[in-house]
Design a protein around this ligand. Sequence first.
Ligand SMILES: *Cc1c(COP(=O)(O)O)cnc(C)c1O
Length: 411
Amino acid sequence: MSDAGIVTPGVSTRLPYGRHCVGEDDIAAVVAVLRGDFLTTGPIVAAFESALAEVVNAPDAVVCSSGTAALHLAAMSVGLGPGDAAVVPAVTFLATANAVRLTGAEVLFADVDPDTGLMGADHMAAAIGNAGGRRVRAVFPVHFAGQPAPMDEIVALARAHDIVIVEDACHAFGSTWETRDGGEARIGQAEHGGLAAFSFHPVKTVAMGEGGALTGQDRALLERARGLRNHGMTRDSEAFTEHALAFDAGGAVNPWHYEMTVPGLNYRASDIHCALGLSQLGKLERFSDRRRRLVAAYDAQIATLAPLARPLARREGCVPAWHIYVALIDFAAVGTSRRRVMDALRAGGIGTQVHYIPVHRQPYYRRRYGEQSLPGAMAYFERCLSLPLFPAMEDGDVDRVVHALGQALGR
Ligand SMILES: *Cc1c(COP(=O)(O)O)cnc(C)c1O
């Protein structure tokens, strides 16, 4: 048991790279739904949405079945389609690029800073320059590892090109940053008028099991996403256009009537999942504080392995709610490989992971767009290794991981 009353059995000897942290209160919240009247869309969906909106300081939130679904709904809601293009940093999970591609739009991969994994405005501008004849309609900045991307410069460039912003905030629920004018912006607030997408997959800071959400300031955009989440169908009689079907001779609404104006999906989140999310949401501060303290401990310890291993570079004015702890390691300098280091750590009961293989190197995108030179993304990728980070870790676990890493690097 760690200081925050966070209990996770069975991890004291084996450390996965990430792990959810579910308490008896979370379990009770889910069980209460199972005993009630609604398993799918019921009152907890709306309750979770308003709680989420409040946390990110936005007027509304749309929860859905995954972070991937959130990104896809966002891409559809902003109107991406064939003939369009959208900028996506190469260092991200597959889902960011696929959300664009599934609308028929093309992906313009942007390079990233090799030391943060973040796309900046210069990388974005270079990607826009590769658009060919396509209309660049959107950009999907990724707040990699939980650290906010440089939004002031991205927003300025997006405005100049009339590009809508969809933040892939799946790593950054709970992160904040200082705006140019000295104010505090919360990730998800999306003051730029676009959207932010979150994931509540169990390795993320707050867990729904499977789940995700969109937030932002533009209520109309969020309403569009809400419609697409449920087949693009409406039961709002004000919106009906098929009057002969919708109303009876006396002008009353036929109770069975519904209309579809755009084809949508079933990306709904259930009350079961939202009950877990809502209960976990109350622990966001505690979870992210704990993650920040573990990251500080890692930073201090990794410094002893410099220059062979170092933390991600930090942007000033950011308070990240860290999702992963990435060490950048010069494997070649010690005559080893990532594979050998990973195997050695695994033998010591320590799980690690690689976030991520740059998406432009995936066979599908290579076939579609050919070879692309994104040296920052590749320089990042060659050095990255994600070390265990989750709230139930003890301070001593960090010592153990860095000690084992040092040994694997011959230190
Ligand atoms: C987790 C994640 C997603 C997808 O979220 P799911 O809930 O797993 O569908 C998308 N983008 C990034 C950057 C992620 O980390």
